[in-house]
Design a binder for this molecule. Sequence first.
Ligand SMILES: Cc1cc2nc3c(=O)[nH]c(=O)nc-3n(C[C@H](O)[C@H](O)[C@H](O)COP(=O)(O)O)c2cc1C
Length: 379
Amino acid sequence: MTVGSSSTSDIGPPPNGPIPLLTPYRMGDLDLSHRIVLAPLARNRSYNNVPQPHAALYYSQRATKGGLLITEATGVSDTAQGYPDTPGIWTKEQVEAWKPIVDAVHQKGAIFFLQLLHVGRVSTYGFQPNGQAPISSTDKGVTTGLDGVDWSPPRRLRKDEIPGIVNDFRLAARNAIEAGFDGVEIHGANGYLIEQFLKDQVNDRTDEYGGSLENRSRFALEVVEAVTQEIGSRRVGIRLSPYTTFMDSIDSDPDGLGLYMANALNKFNILYLHMIEPRVNGAMVLQGPEDEIPHKLLPMRKAFHNTFIAAGGYNRSKANRAIAENYTDLIAFGRLFLANPDLPKRYELDAPLNKYNRSTFYISDPVVGYTDYPFLEQA
Ligand SMILES: Cc1cc2nc3c(=O)[nH]c(=O)nc-3n(C[C@H](O)[C@H](O)[C@H](O)COP(=O)(O)O)c2cc1C
């Protein structure tokens, strides 16, 4: 069976027992009514980097009372972008534009976190102010033509420039709270700037931001520290993907990197650690045995003291078993939640699912493939 098709044949929990995904969970001081999280999903409908009114409908369609939603990746500054029409949170106009979207989600009683992104070298001159080179930990570029884009060669950040980038994350977090978000998720995954520091096949620095694990994680942890100081640790999560090879972002020891970060993050007492399963590469998921129970993240889940979110390739049965086994506290669903605005309801009823349409993931249409996926009663 392909991911994205009906789940009615899934092996679920005992017919009359509680459905693990639908059980409540207390995350810090937030009461979640279920364990189904909307994964961050870039939708490329924020024209000129400004979130649009149609996003209020899109997110509120996926909002439930006590459900956790994470926004699409949102740029922290004018050097942070690398894709068309992705939203930002560094200008007053962007903050004001997010407000009605957050209000619409809160009216449904959901909890809403903003994902903070800097793409680093996953960019081109065309996305950069004055056509300058994208910035990174390195001056090695992403392979030309990867994913169909001629990525521009990056410029290695000087050590004295790094505090300014950390500060961009801090200001963006403050703006997110100003816009009404309940918290932020620092995007430390999928080959973007933070990972360009974390991973040893990208980071070739010889200063204190390169070399040892401690040095490679310094930038990520400085961002975490700055953001927690600004908005408080109970409002901060981070997403990591040590196993991905997306955007040429590879580490020779992903087990060691993931575990090191899980332990190091404890110092900041942040709200959650959100980790991506090894079988996921960016927005693509390799097919695996249907009911394979993943265990690769378990050491990190055990090391980290607060809430753990797992993501990548989950369906109803696998997610239920992961929760029942205490492998994770919450599961983030990407493509299935994108295509099923009422995913929690469908999982409660074990109802069939809409199939996602990959060709409309990133088009700019404000409706098609965005707010037009039918609800159960319309299907
Ligand atoms: C259309 C699309 C956009 C995505 N955008 C983001 C993003 O903005 N930030 C992020 O961390 N991951 C992003 N991802 C990855 C997803 O959050 C998720 O990790 C991936 O889809 C695997 O989960 P799934 O099997 O439940 O879909 C995106 C994936 C898709 C399909």
